[in-house]
Write a protein that binds this ligand. Structure first.
Ligand SMILES: Nc1ncnc2c1ncn2[C@@H]1O[C@H](COP(=O)(O)OP(=O)(O)O)[C@@H](O)[C@H]1O
Ligand SMILES: [Mg+2]
Length: 277
């Protein structure tokens, strides 16, 4: 078993109130204004060091947003804030129009429909590909929905669909520990997808992948956008250019620039701090 403690929160049962909330939130997330995530004036300090400072960022429903910026810019901290792992010292974070992330625990945020993939794959190596997906699905934000689904066979169909989209359909019985690094990454994305998240957070997803795997990841993410909203942190500019609608550049904990990749690549300040001359 290589699942980290960090990631096990969404696999463990996490209390009745969380399940109830997830059920309601999952069905009724209010995105009337077309915004899935609103972060306003977020500040995060670690012993006086400002990891995030006056950060304001909006993600649209179905958008595929890339976040770039130098090491230490606050990209991972940003994801920690969204998932409730780190609490901002000030500012507001809303999922949809009405769900105040500051009032939800980490498991409640996951159950409300925010899925996160960490840099290191954390699949259960001793289990098969299928079993990994089954286990992740059982941690669905709505237990009642998954019970109903099991009776109708929808659950199995859901796993099947995910197996195809992550291209592991012919590996379903294979022990996860025997997969390549890239395949483990795809399996972990699959483990998020079976939970039908509205917003997916992916931190450096193509690090350590082969060119072919990177290309497939780009295709996969493009196919997931619209149905899901995605926030992708990545340094690989070729990859960013092939997927992003919109790019946000973080620098010293704040948004330095935002726009198409071409726009931010031509921004003098971005060139100065990140892209180099
Ligand atoms: N738990 C923590 N305690 C103290 N400092 C932290 C902590 N997490 C992150 N930092 C600091 O905050 C800054 C932003 O880190 P991070 O969000 O990991 O940046 P990035 O992902 O953009 O490389 C860094 O200077 C980092 O050292
Ligand atoms: Mg990081």
């Amino acid at each position: 078993m290589s699942a980290s403690a960090q990631d096990s929160s969404h696999l463990a049962g996490s209390g009745r109130e969380a399940i109830g909330l997830g059920h309601v939130a999952g069905q009724g997330l209010d995105t009337r204004h077309g915004t899935i995530l609103s972060l306003e004036d977020i500040h995060v300090s670690f012993d006086g060091f400002k990891a995030l400072s006056d950060l304001t960022l909006y993600i649209g429903v179905g958008e595929l947003r890339c976040i770039i910026g130098p090491n230490g810019a606050g990209k991972t901290t940003l994801m920690d804030v969204i998932t409730g792992k780190t609490r901002p010292t000030s500012g507001s974070a809303f999922f949809g129009e009405t769900l105040d992330l500051a009032r939800l625990s980490e498991p409640q945020i996951a159950q409300a429909g925010i899925g996160r993939k960490f840099q290191k794959p954390t699949v259960f190596e001793a289990l098969s590909v299928f079993e990994n997906l089954e286990l992740a699905q059982q941690a669905d934000r709505s237990v009642w929905a998954s019970l109903r689904a099991r009776l109708s066979g929808e659950q199995r169909d859901g796993i099947d669909e995910v197996l195809h989209s992550i291209r592991l359909h012919d590996q379903r019985q294979r022990q996860a520990g025997l997969l390549s690094h890239g395949q483990k990454q795809f399996l972990e994305i699959g483990m998020l997808l079976v939970q039908q998240p509205r917003l997916l957070l992916l931190d450096e997803p193509v690090a350590g992948m082969t060119d072919a795997e990177t290309e497939f990841t780009a295709e996969l993410f493009k196919s997931l956008a619209r149905k899901h909203s995605l926030m992708v942190v990545e340094h690989d500019m070729g990859f960013v250019g092939s997927i992003a609608d919109h790019v946000t550049v973080l620098h010293q904990g704040s948004v330095l620039a935002e726009g198409s990749l071409a726009q931010v690549q031509n921004d003098e300040r971005v060139i100065e701090v990140y892209l180099g001359r």
